[in-house]
Design a protein around this ligand. Structure first.
Ligand code: ZN
Ligand code: ZN
Length: 110
């Protein structure tokens, strides 16, 4: 009696295949995961109106790009839907707001 040790068939490893997603799909997915500034921006403009909260400059649809959303507590990820952390500021006032903060920090240093 001979042990018929037939040729051991190695199990075929399943080939790793891609998930079938194209590079474009992946990039699109990544984009979706990024916090979309436009979504809260539009919301803030709707709640607070197309007007700078500081200098009162009014904007219309043509130059609304110059009106930016400032986060009062400085936390860009804190976006309560009631708009309580947002302030619509024109680019000039927005810059002023932040540079004053930087200056204040600077002056506080010993
Ligand atoms: Zn302004
Ligand atoms: Zn800001």
């Amino acid at each position: 009696m001979s042990n018929s040790n037939k040729g051991r068939n190695r199990p075929i490893r399943p080939e790793k295949k891609g998930t079938g997603r194209s590079v474009g799909d992946i990039i699109r997915g990544l984009r979706k995961e990024l916090p979309s500034e436009d979504s809260y921006r539009e919301r803030s403009l709707k709640i607070h109106g197309l007007i700078c909260a500081k200098c009162g400059r009014e904007f219309d649809d043509k130059d609304r790009r110059l009106l930016t959303v400032h986060h009062k507590d400085g936390d860009h990820s804190y976006n309560p839907p009631d708009g309580s952390n947002w302030e619509n500021l024109c680019v000039d006032c927005h810059e002023d707001e932040h540079s004053r903060g930087i200056l204040a920090d600077y002056l506080k240093k010993p």
